[in-house]
Design a protein around this ligand. Structure first.
Ligand code: NZQ
Ligand code: ZN
Length: 384
């Protein structure tokens, strides 16, 4: 196991009715900017509940943060927050609202051009506005981590950023607020959480059996409850376990002491940037092809994953690996997700700019930095 630092200061308030605790978590004299998305919180009552809980506060709002939040939109919120001297940001929504709010937090007092936060390696984030969150969609783990992903409309880029200063002070996880999610978003969330785990686990053995079993525990839980959650949308226990699984999948615990991959995410971000596909969908498309391309590098962990998560123990190693990848893809498809680019109207010639862009950026992906742009091209061609 490698040396590591583990730091996660996020206070989690989990369960039905936890929104009532909001006033205990935000300073009484705060000037709050509540941020939200395209309006789902107004339909499912979450907006009203937050407003009621915070009745005594100076409360401003900024709605309209899109799925895959846009830099251009967020900069309008930054202007508002600067003008109104906002001292606390409350994100109410899914991963996009949370990520967008982290960016706003970092940009408000940023000394240079805020685009640098996303585009410049080593941009220093040092004076942030504190954030709290009310999560409405189980998927990204953004509620308990310090990163985010922002898109720029103008250039069709989707870039990640992060800072230890951007952990939310608290996150409220009330599973009942996810009852109103459409099934497509529940499925996206299951896949996103699943692939957050594989990015940290399906690499190579590093003598970290506890991390492996944490990872396998989350994967097995998602395999068990994911399909049930789609057909029992109002089951509290299913929603609660899905929510907690997604949070635990990306709060830093699984990556302690091990080398991580993230190639599926990096390639997936490009598919969203160019074709507007949902984040979870892009991952379900890329992962099977990536696992086949990197099967040699990942051989031991693929065999372990196949045996422990899917019970695949018979046959040659190559046969077991192929069966494991097929099981994984079938699981995504069983959730209603189309796992081929052709099923989303994308054609082979459209992947050329993605490969060119990755080559320009000189990105080498994967746990061994061995996924070159040429290999990304092979992976993407295998997604048809
Ligand atoms: O905008 P509204 O109207 O709120 O509707 C949203 C949106 O259309 C809707 N929704 C959310 N909660 C709902 C609801 N509809 C009904 N009832 C509810 N309770 O769902 C749609 C999708 O929301 P979004 O926030 O975009 O989804 P998700 O949570 O999957 O977030 C995706 C974003 O997170 C980034 C992704 O790249 C993507 O931009 N990620 C962030 C990560 C992180 N910070 O650590 C890691 C992830 O890998 C991921 O990259
Ligand atoms: Zn993800």
């Amino acid at each position: 196991m490698k040396n590591f630092d583990f730091y996660n200061p996020v206070k989690i308030l989990f369960g039905e009715g936890k929104m009532d605790q909001l006033p205990m978590e935000i300073p009484a004299n705060a000037v709050i900017l509540m941020t939200y998305g395209g309006g789902s919180i107004k339909k499912n009552g979450v907006y009203d509940k937050v407003k009621q809980s915070l009745a005594g506060y100076k409360l401003l709002e900024f709605g309209g943060i899109e799925a895959n939040p846009k830099y251009e939109t967020l900069m309008r919120a930054v202007e508002l927050a600067r003008t109104e001297k906002v001292t606390f940001l409350l994100a109410v929504g899914g991963g996009s609202v949370l990520d967008g709010t982290k960016f706003i937090s970092a940009a408000i007092n940023y000394a240079g051009d805020p685009w640098e936060i996303l585009a410049k390696r080593g941009a220093v984030i040092e004076n942030v506005v504190p954030i709290g969150s009310v999560l409405t969609l189980a998927a990204t783990g953004s509620e308990m981590n310090s990163g985010g992903v922002i898109s720029k409309l103008e250039t069709k880029e989707k870039l990640a950023f992060g800072s230890p200063l951007l952990f939310p002070k608290f996150s409220i996880l009330d599973p009942t607020v996810t009852y109103s999610l459409p099934v497509t978003q529940i499925a996206n969330g299951v896949v996103d959480a699943f692939i957050h785990v594989t990015e940290q686990y399906l690499t190579f053995p590093e003598a970290a059996p506890l991390q492996d079993r944490f990872a396998e525990g989350i994967l097995q839980t998602l395999v068990e409850i994911g399909p049930q959650a789609l057909i029992n949308p109002l089951s509290y226990d299913l929603r609660a376990n899905l929510m907690w699984s997604a949070t635990m999948a990306l709060n830093g615990l699984l990556s302690c002491g091990v080398t991580t991959d993230w190639a599926t995410h990096m390639i997936g971000h490009e598919l969203t940037a160019f074709f507007g596909l949902d984040h979870g969908v892009t991952l379900a498309i890329v992962l099977p092809a990536l696992l086949r391309e990197a099967a040699e590098e990942k051989r031991e962990k693929l065999l372990q994953y196949g045996a422990r998560v899917w019970g695949i123990t018979v046959g040659t190693e190559d046969r077991r690996i192929e069966e494991t990848i097929q099981k994984t893809e079938s699981f995504f498809r069983s959730l209603g997700i189309k796992t081929k680019l052709s099923e989303h109207g994308v054609t082979k010639d459209q992947i050329v700019p993605i490969v060119e862009r990755l080559a320009d950026r000189k990105w080498k992906l994967g746990e061994r930095r061995s996924i070159t742009p040429e290999r990304v091209e092979r992976i993407l061609l295998a997604c048809f």
